[in-house]
Design a protein around this ligand. Structure first.
Ligand SMILES: [Mg+2]
Length: 336
């Protein structure tokens, strides 16, 4: 962003598409595209929409076509039946679980706890070592739980593997969180390999790119469910404005209880009721950043240590039964 900032000095912040192209071309020449460059572009694009909305005294959703819903459905994460119960009691009607450590056991326990009226999703996180055949077998074993979607069953870079999973598994397939810009998801959409596209508002290059991705998906009857992996509270509000305008919006991922200070960095606070986030009517993104609050929580980096037992190559040689059969003892214990 520091590299890009000089290119914006003296520019008209209303010319969002032209500025986006200018920045993108400048980065492209240095190979700085992808999700990292997409993150920088997303932040600047988000700020431009906020400036424009505040200057025109209209919410960003009005500038993106106008809202077709007043609230956006959210889903948080649950990795146990107890957590699922707690979230459903707070009003959420959709939950995601995942990982490759016993996803079947988790889904079975959660479904038993919350009953048939709560949507459940499973995210395998596209592990690079999981064989395509195993991803298919896992998906087929999950079919009986009627998932809202089966996410990143294989590494997203392997488009043909995703095609094989998609053909063999009778569940909606979701992917796209690790791709940036319209070109990153083009093949997934054009070949109709997915049923749900999941660009990340903090990575995909900005709200204009997201709106274009949603339109590409709409033409193929693919639904839109943004990822929240790099969504701070501001990007989440940007996603809410966009999702309010999309006919093919499905659901928005939401971090619940991740850090207590999550919403201290913005004002006013979001309204979350019964698992829906209300679309703000105030101008721009409908919020202001509280810089003093941000200063209290300096970033200690954006890379968290992975669970090695679950996410390293040696897991490929692990006993398969542990994750294919809920009743089998967890293999991760042996490898920790
Ligand atoms: Mg995911």
């Amino acid at each position: 962003m520091r590299d890009l900032a000089p290119l914006l000095i003296g520019e008209d912040p209303f010319e969002i598409e032209r500025l986006w192209q200018k920045l993108f071309l400048a980065m492209m020449g240095h190979g700085m595209t992808g999700v990292v460059g997409g993150g920088a572009l997303a932040a600047i694009d988000m700020a431009l929409w906020d400036i424009k909305g505040k200057a025109l005294n209209r919410p960003v959703c009005d500038l993106l076509g106008g809202k077709i819903r007043d609230r956006v459905r959210l889903y948080p994460h649950a990795h146990s039946a107890e957590r699922a119960r707690e979230l459903v009691d707070r009003g959420y009607s959709a939950l995601k679980t995942g990982g490759v450590s016993d996803p079947l056991a988790k889904v079975e326990a959660i479904r038993r706890e919350v009953g048939p009226n709560v949507d459940i999703m499973v995210d395998i996180h596209g592990p690079p070592w999981l064989t395509t055949k195993d991803a298919i077998r896992m998906g087929q074993a999950l079919e009986e739980y009627d998932l809202l979607f089966y996410e990143d069953p294989v590494a997203p870079e392997d488009v043909d593997a995703l095609a094989r999973v998609s053909a063999a598994v009778n569940l909606p397939i979701a992917a796209g969180e690790r791709h940036a810009h319209i070109w990153g998801v083009r093949e997934l959409i054009e070949r109709e390999l997915i049923d749900v596209v999941q660009p990340d508002t903090g990575r995909a290059g900005g709200l204009m790119q997201m709106k274009k991705i949603a339109a590409m998906a709409e033409a193929h009857y693919i639904t839109f469910a943004p990822h929240d992996g790099s969504l701070g509270p501001v990007a989440e509000m940007a996603a809410v404005h966009l999702c309010a305008t999309l006919p093919n919006f499905l659901i928005l991922e939401h971090l619940e209880d991740d850090v207590p200070q999550r919403y201290e960095v913005m004002q006013p606070q979001p309204t979350i009721e019964n698992g829906f986030l209300r679309v703000p009517d105030a101008p721009g993104l409908g919020i202001d950043i509280v810089e003093e609050a941000i200063a209290h929580y300096p970033s200690d980096g954006n890379v968290s240590p992975p669970n090695l037992a679950e996410y390293t190559y040696f897991r490929a040689r692990d006993r398969r039964a542990a994750w294919l059969h809920p009743q089998a003892p967890s293999a991760s214990d042996e490898f920790n």
